[in-house]
Write a protein that binds this ligand. Structure first.
Ligand code: ATP
Ligand code: MG
Length: 166
């Protein structure tokens, strides 16, 4: 099966790194368009007035910058002979991914099973939500090996990566 337009969502996690590797291969082998998307998530609590507002704005700008770096690093991994489009969205990541799928008429979304969060579940909330609502095919990629920093080793409930600290 080949796809005409592959979208990959990156958040800088190992799982999304693996998703990117698959997306690059799929796009190259299938002569498909490749789009890399990252979304700066909304800050947890926003104070619109008072001294907290300045700190919140600074934190938001820092986060935006960090996700810009993530997007740039991902684009740098794409071989020079493969055309790539980058999209830096903001807002809830699952919604940003679903919006881009519609907008760009992508027929495949590639993403990691989990991301930077500490979720113990098989899938994070973003991949779960996209899988439920995606208008096209979804490829969810799971990186083998150690969990991301901070994530408990026991989070590998699916039994993969069993070599990890056991
Ligand atoms: N901000 C984001 N921008 C782009 N893609 C994202 C973003 N966050 C997550 N993703 C994509 O979704 C995949 C799964 O991440 P998800 O956020 O669902 O898991 P998690 O961080 O472990 O859990 P949670 O966020 O629910 O605590 C990532 O590998 C990545 O492909
Ligand atoms: Mg996450």
């Amino acid at each position: 099966m080949s796809f005409r337009s592959v979208l990959v969502a990156v958040d800088g996690s190992r799982h999304s790194d693996m998703a990117l590797a698959h997306a690059i291969e799929l796009a190259r082998d299938g002569n498909a368009r490749l789009t890399i998307l990252t979304a700066t998530p909304p800050p947890p609590g926003v104070s619109l007035t008072g001294p907290g507002a300045v700190a919140a704005a600074e934190a938001a700008a820092r986060m935006d910058h960090d996700f810009d770096e993530i997007l740039r690093a991902a684009a740098d991994r794409v071989p020079d002979d493969l055309p790539v489009t980058t999209v830096h969205a903001s807002g809830p990541p699952a919604q940003a991914i679903l919006n881009e799928m519609e907008r760009g008429d992508h027929d495949l979304i590639v993403m990691g099973s989990r991301g930077l969060g500490l979720a113990r579940a098989l899938m994070g909330s973003v991949s779960h939500r996209v899988l439920r609502h995606a208008p096209a095919a979804v490829l969810i990629v799971h990186a083998e090996g150690k969990p991301d920093a901070g994530a408990p080793a026991a989070s590998d409930q699916e039994g993969r990566g069993a070599s990890v600290s056991r």
